[in-house]
Design a protein around this ligand. Sequence first.
Ligand SMILES: NC(=O)C1=CN([C@@H]2O[C@H](COP(=O)(O)OP(=O)(O)OC[C@H]3O[C@@H](n4cnc5c(N)ncnc54)[C@H](O)[C@@H]3O)[C@@H](O)[C@H]2O)C=CC1
Ligand SMILES: CC(=O)[C@H](N)C(=O)O
Length: 368
Amino acid sequence: MLPVRATRKLVSYVVNPVCNVSIRNLNGATASEPWLKEEEKEYYPKPEEDKPRILITGSLGQLGTGLAKLLRNKFGKDNVIMSDIIRAPKNEFNRGPFLYADILDFKNLQEIIVNQRVDWLVHFSALLSAIGEANIPLAMRVNIEGVHNVMELAKQYHLKLFIPSTIGAFGPSSPRNPTPDLAIQRPQTIYGVSKVHAELLGEYYNYRFGLDFRCLRFPGVISADTNPGGGTTDYAVKIFHDALRTGHHECYLEPDTRLPMMYIDDCLRSLMEVMETPAENLKMRTYNVTAMSFTPAELAEEVKKYVPNFRITYRVDPVRQQIANSWPQVFDDTNARNHWGWQHEHDIHGLAKKMFDYLMPLYGKTFG
Ligand SMILES: NC(=O)C1=CN([C@@H]2O[C@H](COP(=O)(O)OP(=O)(O)OC[C@H]3O[C@@H](n4cnc5c(N)ncnc54)[C@H](O)[C@@H]3O)[C@@H](O)[C@H]2O)C=CC1
Ligand SMILES: CC(=O)[C@H](N)C(=O)O
């Protein structure tokens, strides 16, 4: 029997096929562990190469498809495993590994992590703010139980874990203009409550077990090639499609409802950057990031530069208006900028240009 001098939790016994001895195998331990003797190292897997293997949960939503593309360009197609509970469109399915993974099925997730030799876990599965309010029991399961599952698995298998949070993790008693990283957090949506839970649990696992947990609070994310999944900030995507389709957008928020926003390229880059920041440069585990803040009326003015006859009218949805009224108006991301060099690229003008450059040809329109 080979001696194992580790103090970490022993998880399995295996029979080594070469010398037919029983050795105890530590989850996630590789031959680079400093506590291994030279002769023990051959029984442990070689350390991972420089390219991590990454699992994305809920990867068919607004953020996941773009992130998979970005990560695959950087780390190789086969090193990024997309997963979701919905069927992948054929073009997505053919672009690289895709697996069914229900975030509520712990065993299935465990199997994927082991079989696919996952190193990083990007946990996107969630019910967003508006849809969460419409189905609170499901939101509690997906957003809270789902987080428990990934947190525990990331701990067991020594994964680097990213879970996004949101401006929605703040509430009406938080300072709203500007909202710093550390402030009162008493959100009044199940979405917000579940995100505060994820932030706190991740920070606790980091402190208690050394889990490499990283979290960014995103504002409303705006993208042209994917659709939002049922949030309060969704109008800021739909307005571009409506402008090109009919020239008219009926907005569910009041004209002067100011919310922080970000173009998807900035959002995904911030995620990549924080994942690659050396741990010693992270002074916190949860950071605000943002790019701009605007109201529906201000965005409509921007849209008119491209579609001069564009009209916006307002029919307020009380649920989403109430949520928006409780969220930050301006997000303070000074710490992200100072600690790990976060910088946004797109303001409201850049955002509108990007959206119209992408969407106009799809709607058969030209500028001017
Ligand atoms: N889109 C935005 O503006 C913002 C998003 N975030 C966060 O980023 C993450 C990704 O957001 P989006 O892509 O916009 O969300 P989305 O709603 O577009 O996509 C979520 C995905 O989760 C999947 N899902 C639902 N139940 C599941 C289950 N039981 N097991 C596995 N997957 C399941 C859905 O099928 C969907 O594809 C979320 O955690 C969200 O809270 C944070 C702030 C802003
Ligand atoms: C800001 C978010 O978290 C999301 N877009 C939502 O509106 O729910």
